[in-house]
Design a protein around this ligand. Structure first.
Ligand SMILES: NC(=O)c1ccc[n+]([C@@H]2O[C@H](COP(=O)([O-])OP(=O)(O)OC[C@H]3O[C@@H](n4cnc5c(N)ncnc54)[C@H](OP(=O)(O)O)[C@@H]3O)[C@@H](O)[C@H]2O)c1
Length: 250
């Protein structure tokens, strides 16, 4: 059986990726703080199992993944993919005016949880012949400085370096595992709503992002998910360590 574990499936891009993989007979295990009733009730060839977990809580994250790994070890696995998509854009604020708790949650969800999960994942399947696929969802913000996005740009830049380093290690070790980055560009999700709701003093480019919405420049998550899912459904097309952008296709 084909399995995919996806973080952030309650809405946005993660929900679209989950649905499309289920349509292709992949069994999806989704993780988020809120459930996704539509996925749970969907009558599709692939099943959906949800783990309600706060990825800002590292003990909860570790516990959830130990349970998922224990479950998966009992399944006849034909393929196993991990899509780390969950992220926060907040706090959107200049440095010097931020709340430390919000900053901690940000780094936990965007960077530390992917590191902890990847470590557990590679440890769990070290002695298996099954080549793993791991994709981390990044952002163009990793590569440029944006006023007010100091946390987001830094956590995504950290995720990029981490992903590239894991890919290098897997390559050197000759595991056959593929680890890569996916950049979805701008999409019409709640995250964009949060961006638009910031004040100009917090986020200097807020008008530009409001215009993206009014000018219909934000992609639909189903269109973006299709670009990634097409790749995931043909693992031979994936290059270990690659930076794959939706803009390469759409
Ligand atoms: N939207 C864009 O324009 C854009 C652009 C570039 C990159 N991206 C990247 O694309 C990915 C998806 O973004 P999106 O726009 O779909 O975001 P979204 O609509 O805000 O959805 C984020 C998902 O992450 C989950 N999540 C957030 N905090 C969590 C936590 N503490 N514990 C568990 N799950 C948590 C949310 O679930 P719960 O709230 O239910 O926990 C939700 O399912 C992110 O990595 C983002 O950085 C987005």
């Amino acid at each position: 059986m084909k399995y995919a574990v996806i973080t952030g499936t309650s809405k946005g891009l993660g929900a679209s990726i989950a649905k499309q993989l289920m349509e292709a007979s992949v069994h999806v295990i989704g993780i988020a703080r809120s459930e996704n009733k539509a996925l749970m009730d969907a009558d599709l060839p692939g099943s959906y199992q949800h783990y309600q977990t706060d990825l800002a809580d590292l003990e909860q994250t570790q516990q959830t993944f130990m349970e998922i790994i224990e479950f998966l070890k009992k399944q006849p696995l034909e393929s196993l993919q991990l899509v780390q998509n969950a992220a926060l854009v907040t706090p959107i604020e200049q440095v010097g005016k931020q709340d430390s708790k919000q900053l901690t949650a940000h780094v936990h969800v965007n960077l530390l949880s992917p590191m902890i999960i990847t470590n557990l994942w590679l440890d769990a399947w070290r002695d298996s012949d099954l080549p793993l696929v791991l994709v981390n969802v990044t952002s163009g913000a990793a590569n440029r400085s944006v006023y007010g996005w100091n946390a987001y740009g830094s956590s995504k830049a950290g995720l990029d370096r981490y992903t590239n380093t894991v890919a290098l290690e897997q390559d050197t070790l000759g595991t056959g595992n593929k680890v890569f980055l996916f950049d979805p560009s701008i999409m019409d999700t709640e995250m964009q709503g949060e961006i638009r709701s910031s004040d100009q003093s917090q986020f200097a480019d807020v008008e530009q992002f409001k215009n993206y919405k009014t000018d219909n420049k934000l992609r639909d998550t189903d269109d973006v998910a299709k670009v990634l899912v097409d790749r995931l459904l043909d693992e031979t097309t994936i290059q270990n360590g690659e930076y794959y952008s939706v803009k390469d296709v759409l």
